[in-house]
Design a protein around this ligand. Structure first.
Ligand SMILES: Cc1ncc(C[n+]2csc(CCOP(=O)(O)OP(=O)(O)O)c2C)c(N)n1
Ligand SMILES: CC(=O)[C@@H](O)[C@H](O)COP(=O)(O)O
Ligand SMILES: [Mg+2]
Length: 642
């Protein structure tokens, strides 16, 4: 190495992973330190998944230094930990645009880089995808090794076991790296988590506990004997292999995932020797190397912008309580009145607001791990037993439990209450986390009641309504973030099922809103009023059963009917169209427009920017109304029609 290069940051010399492969091993640890500092510096400006990314700094360096990416396919599970990987794979110049409008995605994304062979953000998909690449390779496709990196939280989900079961059966060369930091978002739960902890906890075997013999022989001589002894002791002690070995994997580890002196030889040995599926168990620390993250209860899982010197995060200006907090408080109050109320979260007690109820009624809140499918059927069972379960899951993650919603809940008419948070566009997490489809996929189910809260007071009423609803499944959706600041009732009222409400009356246009875009509808009506156009604004409250009489009256009394929803095509607008068709309202020359998410995925930005991109702002609503009105022959100045 030249003197010049010795002084400069090594990271400045890395244009891509092939540069790592030229570096002597002794430089890689220094590079990892610089990479860690770069991640901290970048995320302090953007916010994001800091702790998970800091935990895989050495792993990212080691994998790219050993494997021939992008020919070898590196697949990060969830991929919220991919920031070091992005920096090493030619995206350092844009890393400070992470999670911003027009910037880098916070997750891996196929369209962003050849080093992102598979996109993710929902968990536990990596082993299945990697196995697909392995089969492609063995069937002659131009692709090399397949490496999945999966966390101890993500490996709690059923899909990971389905994949390992299949991989063990196929016996193809496949590398799975278990990144075990003993954390999910919250502390991990369940038997699998306890099993992994036991594997790690039993020092002195903890360093290298069970290694396939082939890998042992490829290890440096200094490590070989210890490794062999450890394996023999473990095998002798337990009399059987690890769970992973039972599934058909060679098991390697646990090893220290921050020690390049362990990571590099193990990865090289596996690369040289593996013939079938191998699982490398790496133990890491979430938030590693940044004291404020390591000290935080969530190990810095998701942070807003922060001061790198202190770790102090930017606080959002004090305002209205979030919908999530209002839900958590309302459910806790309802649970205090009714001991049949229980609640379930799939690894997101804080994100869903259930931690409030859990601290008061710990035996009635169940964190099932990342297991949305099980969460839904578990709730179905509890409902069948006579309990009143609330299944609190983000809209986007409920997608994973859809067959269970259909088969275990709807078909049996069981009164599971679905509290669907993060409805609509969520901001920095982008398209993968958008709550776009639940209105469509729930309203199509016979017997389902589907509500959407226009504000946080409505949410309180919907919690009460759901709690009282024993005659079948019921769902209510509400968005991410702060509410509108409306006064909250002391106690929720039970709403009349299938009845909407009219907030404002006008002669020309009817705007029928479902959910939290009501304020935009009212602002759109204000815009129209300035142009002399009268608008009625109604809140449907229920997408199902729909208030058909209200819809018919709006159609009868106006020339234009707009539906507005924070969801995709095929949702509320479609339900209204069916109702209008059933009631023969199309015969009356009515102009109808559905204001909803367009038929494309919306890239990450602030929620406001995303709704602008979607054409769903208040001025968009007004412009759509004017355009529709112009088409009915009403005299509208052209300048007003957009
Ligand atoms: C299907 C699904 N459910 C829930 C989530 C939310 N989620 C994102 S990361 C995470 C925890 C992941 O833990 P782990 O895999 O151990 O990674 P770590 O953050 O500890 O590195 C959860 C629950 C998700 N992304 N996908
Ligand atoms: C990666 C992931 O799925 C979660 O960490 C998610 O980013 C959390 O989102 P919220 O911030 O909306 O809870
Ligand atoms: Mg973890």
């Amino acid at each position: 190495m030249t003197d010049e290069r010795l002084q400069d940051p090594l990271l400045d010399w890395v244009a891509g992973p092939s540069d790592l492969r030229q570096m002597p091993d002794r430089d890689l640890a220094r590079l990892a330190d610089e990479l860690r500092a770069e991640v901290i510096s970048a995320v302090s400006q953007t916010g994001g998944h800091l702790g998970s990314s800091l935990g895989v700094v050495e792993l990212s360096v080691a994998i790219h230094a050993v494997f021939n990416t992008p020919m070898d396919k590196l697949i990060w599970d969830v991929s919220h930990q991919c920031y070091p990987h992005k920096i090493l794979t030619g995206r350092r110049d844009r890393i400070r645009t992470l999670r911003q409008k027009d910037g880098l995605s916070g997750f891996t994304k196929r369209s962003e880089s050849p080093y992102d062979p598979f996109g993710a953000a929902h968990s536990s998909t990596s082993i299945s995808a990697a196995l697909g690449f392995a089969v492609g390779r063995d069937m002659g496709q131009a692709t090399g090794d397949a490496i999945a990196v999966i966390g101890d939280g993500a490996i709690s989900a059923g899909m990971a076991y389905e994949a390992m079961n299949n991989a063990g059966h196929l016996g193809k060369r496949l590398i799975v790296i278990l990144n075990d930091n003993e954390m999910s978002i919250a502390p991990p739960v369940g038997a699998m988590s306890s099993y992994l902890s036991r594997m790690y906890a039993s020092d002195p075997l903890a360093r290298v506990r069970s290694m396939a013999e082939g890998v042992e022989s490829a290890m440096p001589a200094s490590m070989r004997e210890g490794v062999k002894r450890a394996r023999q002791m473990v095998t002798g002690l337990t009399g059987s292999g690890t769970l992973f070995e039972e599934l058909g994997f060679d098991y390697v580890g646990p090893i220290d995932g921050h020690d390049l002196d362990q990571l590099l030889p193990v990865l090289r040995a596996v690369r040289a020797r593996a013939t079938g599926p191998v699982l490398i168990h790496c133990c890491t620390v979430k938030g590693k190397g940044y004291a404020p993250a390591e000290a935080a209860a969530d190990r810095g899982h998701g942070v807003s912008k922060f001061d790198p010197a202190t770790g102090t995060q930017a606080k959002s200006s004090p305002g209205a309580p979030s919908y999530t907090a209002v839900f958590g408080a309302s459910l806790t109050a309802a649970a205090a009145r009714d001991d049949r109320i229980v609640a379930v979260t799939a690894a997101m007690p804080d994100g869903t607001g259930l931690s409030k109820m859990a601290s008061r009624f710990p035996a009635r809140v169940f964190d099932v791990g990342i297991a949305e499918q099980h969460a839904v059927t578990f709730c179905a069972g509890m409902a069948a037993s006579g309990l009143r379960p609330f299944c609190a899951i983000y809209s986007t993650f409920l997608q994973r439990g859809y067959d269970q919603v259909v088969h275990d809940v709807a078909l049996q008419g069981l009164p599971v209450r679905f509290a669907i948070d993060r409805a609509g566009l969520v901001g920095a997490d982008g398209a993968t986390h958008a709550g776009a489809f639940d209105i469509g996929y729930l309203t199509s189910l016979p017997g389902f009641t589907v509500m959407a809260a226009a504000d946080e007071a409505e949410l309180v009423h919907m919690v009460a309504t759901a709690a009282a609803h024993d005659s079948g499944p019921i769902a209510f959706r509400y968005p991410r973030g702060a509410g509108t600041g409306v006064a909250l009732p002391d106690q929720g009222e039970v709403l009349e099922i299938g009845k909407g409400r009219v907030l404002r009356e006008g002669a020309d246009v009817a705007i029928l809103s479902l959910g939290a875009h009501l304020d935009e509808c009212l602002a759109g009506a204000d815009d129209l009023a300035q142009a002399g156009i009268g608008a009625t604004v109604a809140d449907a409250r229920f997408a199902k059963p729909l208030d058909g009489d209200l819809v018919e009256a709006l159609a009868r009394d106006h020339r234009v009917l707009l539906t507005v929803e924070e969801g995709a095509e095929g949702g509320f607008g479609s339900v209204v169209m069916h109702e209008l068709a059933r009631r023969g309202c199309f015969d009356r020359g009515l102009a109808i427009r559905n204001v909803c998410l367009p038929d494309r995925f919306i890239e990450q930005a602030s929620p406001a920017e995303m709704y602008e991109d979607a054409g769903m702002t208040a001025p968009d609503i007004a412009a759509t109304a004017r355009e529709a009105l112009a088409g009915t022959g009403n005299v509208v100045p052209l300048s007003l029609a957009r």
